[in-house]
Write a protein that binds this ligand. Structure first.
Ligand code: MG
Length: 337
């Protein structure tokens, strides 16, 4: 290691003494966006969007370049009416676009499966990926999924086992990783322990959620550093909410640590159930806008995304809280693709 002007650079200084010139990256910088509007977004909205409209949004998202997206949840329609018809929706999208259920498929739709009953319903569709859900705080798990964290893991075991036998990918959601609406602080060690457990159980990826939008970049860096010591970074995703306006800063911080998968919602759909007038999920348009401006590819057509965000706003009957969606695209060509 060579010191240049007292700073550790990690690189050998060139003979002529000038600072080394950064080499252009050999591979295009890229992140994966997991679009969650049709599940996480809609289930937190009062409006019921018709099956036809949800099929339209899903298909247009995929046509716009979205490769990973939640289509819905295999839950009881009497309990979560926003998710009614998920089975038909999945079948329609796969059929209309000629998608494959294979793990190697370029487009990987997903759906939430809370239990074996939901899994059996999922198996009547060509879905290639499912997601399971738990929390890092006991009170939140009790309030949200009506069981303890331990009981939620007991429910996963047969679901994950069955999914593996059928060759499905399983994603794990861990919510309240940065704070709980009931307990306040959440212990980082507990988040690492639960995320590691989800990975050991067979989840290919763990989405680390800031469910109530309290995280700030310092906390994001601290937690992901800890997670990285136990879990390969490629297995981790960031799920940030913009409740207090810190989501993009948190995504930027996590990206700096090597996180390359981020969850976001078209139009920022999905309010925060613990702060009724505030926003929830970070908007996909804002995340894509930021990354494209940084020279990081998402593979998503931002112009189409903005059009779709407005269409979705009409379907739920409100102006969605996406900055880019509301402001439109600037007249700077490199930011418009
Ligand atoms: Mg969310």
């Amino acid at each position: 290691m060579t010191r240049v002007k007292g700073r550790r650079t990690g690189r050998r200084a060139p003979a002529h003494g000038r600072p080394p010139i950064a080499r252009p990256p050999t591979k295009k910088a890229r992140v994966e966006i997991v679009e969650v509007a049709l599940r996480d977004g809609l289930q937190n909205e009062a409006a019921i969007v018709s099956l036809e409209d949800r099929v339209k949004i899903a298909e247009q998202l995929i046509i716009a370049g979205v490769k990973r997206l939640e289509l819905g949840a295999f839950v009881r329609a009497d309990r979560v009416p926003q998710m009614a018809g998920t089975k038909e929706l999945v079948k329609r999208v796969y059929q209309d676009l000629g998608l494959s259920s294979s793990k190697q498929s370029a487009v990987c739709p997903s759906a939430l499966v809370p239990n074996l009953r939901g899994f059996e319903e999922a198996m009547q569709t060509p879905i290639g990926e499912i997601a399971v859900f738990t929390a890092a705080s006991e009170s939140f798990a009790k309030a949200n999924i009506n069981c303890s964290i331990e009981e939620s893991f007991e429910r996963f075991i047969p679901v994950i086992k069955a999914a593996k036998q059928k060759g499905l990918r399983v994603r794990g959601y861990l919510s309240t990783c940065f704070g709980c609406p009931y307990e306040g602080e959440v212990d980082e060690k507990k988040v690492v322990e639960l995320a590691s457990r989800l990975l050991r159980m067979g989840c290919f990826e763990i989405s680390i959620g800031d469910t109530i939008g309290v995280a700030t970049p310092k906390q994001v860096i601290s937690l992901f550093r800890r997670l990285k010591r136990k879990i390969p970074i490629r297995r981790l995703a960031g799920h940030f909410h913009d409740t207090r306006g810190t989501a993009l800063a948190n995504i930027f911080a996590a990206h700096g640590l090597g996180v390359r998968v981020f969850d976001s919602s078209l139009g920022g759909l999905g309010g925060c159930p613990y702060a009724p007038s505030a926003s929830g999920n970070v908007s996909t348009e804002d995340v894509v806008y930021m990354f494209h401006g940084m020279g990081v590819e998402t593979g998503i057509d931002l112009r189409k995304l903005v059009e779709l965000s407005r269409l979705l706003g009409g379907m739920v009957g409100k102006l969605l809280q996406s900055r880019t969606g509301q402001a439109g695209l600037p007249k700077v060509s490199r930011l418009n693709s």
